[in-house]
Design a protein around this ligand. Sequence first.
Ligand code: WT7
Length: 629
Amino acid sequence: MRIKTFEEYQVAYKQSVDDPEGFWAEVAQQFVWRKPWKKVLSWDFTEANIKWFEGGVMNITENALDRHLADKGDQVALIWESNDPEDKAISITYRVLFDQVCRFANVLKKHGVQKGDRVCIYLPMVPELSVAVLACARIGAIHSVVFGGFSAKSIADRINDAECTMVITSDGAFRGNKVIPMKATVDEALVQCDTVKHVIVMTRTRTPVSMLKGRDLWWEDEVKLVDSVCAAEPMDAEDILFILYTSGSTGKPKGVVHTCGGYMIFAAYTFTNVFQYEPGEIHFCTADIGWITGHSYIVYGPLCCGATSVIFEGVPTYPDASRFWKIIEKHKVNILYTAPTAIRSLMSFGLDYVNGHDLSSLTKLGSVGEPINEEAWHWYKTNIGADDCPLVDTWWQTETGGIMISPLAGITPEKPTFASLPLPGIQPVLVDESGNEIEGNGVSGNLCIKFPWPGIIRTTYGDHERAKQTYFSAYPGMYFTGDGCLRDEDGYYRITGRVDDVLNVSGHRIGTAEVENAINMHLGVVESAVVGYPHDIKGQGIYAYVIAEKSVHDPEMFKKDIAATVSRIIGPIAKPDKVQFVTGLPKTRSGKIMRRILKKISEGDVNNLGDTSTLLDPAVVDDIKKGAL
Ligand code: WT7
């Protein structure tokens, strides 16, 4: 499965384009199947119907756990590093993880969870989060992990959309020097959810909680009452494995659906190849399991490859900005996979925090989530990788399930800020505004993919039409990524950022419409418009233009109120960085806000606003320019 030279990459790539079914069937042979598939691939991008390995029967946990027991049972599967550096780290072997997963799977079954039922998981970064995810997969329940930073309302929306019957949470969470209530937030969410029958609560912070009789159960009690034998549920390759909600340019977040077989193969194949994973290596992905990066490169990818994966509960700057480097030294981490925003933030603290830590165990570095700027790339490569570790800039999305465009570590020649070349099986194309493919090199356009790969999104949960509209209608016959991209003279790809109304704030994906809806819920707000602006650390910051109900007496107070409202409705990650009060918004005669203009103003580029003649009232632009922050 693993490519070892650039020539092998070229051969594999060609084979994957000439004969995609043959290529992926060969990869799939490397996994454990109860029954072979009937058909490798059937697809129709017009209807958004894609099936890989249909008829094949398998269970991802047999691939992530059972099959390692014979020869790797005593190898560490997960290393858990607590928020508090004084706490002892916990190492969990494959055998122990297997036992814990089976036990917890039995707890789920005992409380009525069956194949196909949806389970919401709202937990901090503790080993139990991986256990809960895998326990769902074991019995064929569909997990929907909700990032621990989301608000009660965001949880409720996700639970209701998926009609979850169970929620798994903790009393609280430690994050840096904060203790965050989790169960109380779930309780608040559940006031609006009537599909949920049970809540399982694990103890983490000993924060007082209220436990409802008949509904709420303690994790620690429940696992004592079941045995540790739990046969894996036979799953069709196309049965749903999980739902993960992500933001789009319009409306509420959508539930991206991934299925068992294709996702498994793609997560494992990309893990092995991009990171050139060698048996015995320790892999530290700093993402939260609440995002796709954690699903694919903390849990499923590494475990399916029998790797050792680090789970870190805290934040990179607690107790200070040397925490990552201390973790690397302590656990002899080989592969570090993190986000540009973390690098830029740690870079800003200076090298004193890096120096003096033994980072010599590192063999490979990775970046994910947003474009990495040249300065951050070099800082990472030189100061963390000692100019001796390959650095892979990996481009992909929640919808793609795994890495799509990236160097293979140490194999593909690197170019700073370029995600470089597509992985085998990935056929990227650049298209112009009218949907024509732009051929040749030294060009840029909108990034589409013209052939399915095993990890592609199958649908948006409960609303197939939305998946069709969002991904397959802008450019008929192609999957549209929402990203702009350039292909240089060497055929290397550089992702330039979203071309739709989706923001990328510290690697978190946030829809402008969502933030506007939240701001507009504030009593004193008439209307708002949100755009992204360049931010040194976050990549993009959130700039909100707000029309207030009456004249604003205390703008600072009002801004805090708006931030509090957004935190309450979405979560703290969506709080605006800047709020400018305006008397009007630049609208066309048909009432559409011209964000292009607002974006330029937020970037400080006020003399280049382009054509404003189609505006209903061009004078508002001058007012906005005057008040720009
Ligand atoms: C969007 C997807 C899947 C990883 C976590 C984010 C941006 C992601 C890169 C990169 C430039 C990147 C894109 C993409 N993005 N990786 N290496 N270089 N941009 O997943 O939340 O689904 O966001 O993140 O804009 O569309 P996500």
